[in-house]
Design a binder for this molecule. Sequence first.
Ligand code: ATP
Ligand code: MG
Length: 432
Amino acid sequence: TESLREKAMTIVHRLTDKGFEACLVGGCVRDEQLGRPVKDYDIATSARPEQVIALFERTVPTGLQHGTVTVIIGKRPFEVTTFRKEADYEAFRRPSEVEYIDSLLEDLKRRDFTMNAMAIDREGRLIDPFGGRADLQRGVLRCVGEAEERFREDALRMLRCIRFAAEYNLQVDGPTWEALIACMPLLRHIAMERVRLELERMLAGNDPNRALELLSRSRALEHVKRELKLAAAIGPDSITDLKRIARDELRWAYLYLRAGVSPAEAAEDMKTLTFSKQMMEEIKRTAAAADMLAHGLERLDRSSAEEEEYRRLWLRTALQYGRETLRGIRELMAADALWFAARCSSPLAAGAVTRWCDHGHGWLQTMPAGELSELSVTGQAVLERLKAKSGPWTGKLLNRLLELVALGELPNETEALLQTAEREYVTMQKKG
Ligand code: ATP
Ligand code: MG
């Protein structure tokens, strides 16, 4: 079967056979030079979009306003973009109109960094007018042309700069870094959604800690459109190696915990960053569960508390926030036991935190039920046994049963549950 690159090259050949200029450009060339796997091959051509559409059997007009047509070869999509130059830059972001041009050189010139401004022609020759390969070889990230001008044209490039430097382990070239520092205030023109997308890619990338360090050194988060509490999390404080935390959501939760903001504030911040509600809820839950554990630990007298009390604290928290949340917390605590230990007012030893977490995992696995649907009775069955109509008390009663079962104090068996329900019902009625 044909590789992705071979498929891309058939597009280049088809276009050049018809007398157009065409080559592979951008990220794919960079990644090939670095010996990294290529995600997608992009093609640049002198052919106009309608000419591209006419030349291939299957095309999708995915970005006609930027001159982009997606060509499908053997079920794989390839973006074919007409050489262009970006006429006027509007409000420090994205050009207001594109102007098609006939020259590859001009097209490469509008690109952000030298490593992204290389091309490969139909013979496989590297076209590298700005010294991108040499920069990569000495490990340097550099703007094409005059850095300050390029950041003024499009402020998003500054965040891309930080992301690329971290992702590819590059030093930002002196003048490029100076221009970035000088242009930082322009970040206020970038939509928060774009900011989030870049931050997400940094955090999920190859070296998230380096990205945070560069964000901190450049004070980027202090310059974005809307104030972010997250800015406090990326201070000089030593945060743990984020790669020890597998899931992205948990990396975010960890940063907010480190920022020392309340779960509600974290959620507010994530809203500012236009995160999905689902992501927001997960982070908020994680932060709230971590709070519950930390406060619970503070209350336990460590000299005399029995393992049983630790177990109950862990399981109660699991009950309140869901077992999945607690699995995440275990991961966070293992990644930075020192910090979690110090967070309690009478600090635990880091070793104790780790041990406690490992126990916690075991406890979760033996937890007989973690949610109402796992109880061996339904609300309906309880109401029938009590000969009562449902009311606000029903949920309370069921949750009480769940707690008893979860903590291992009551077997998860129908008859035992119903009997306990009767007893609890009487007590509740007495209390009024
Ligand atoms: P990756 O997809 O891994 O982030 P990439 O280089 O493919 O890397 P894209 O955002 O997909 O990045 O853009 C493709 C190419 O378009 C880049 O390599 C670069 O040449 C150019 N480009 C993208 N965004 C900009 C920008 N804001 N300013 C100038 N050129 C850009
Ligand atoms: Mg790309």
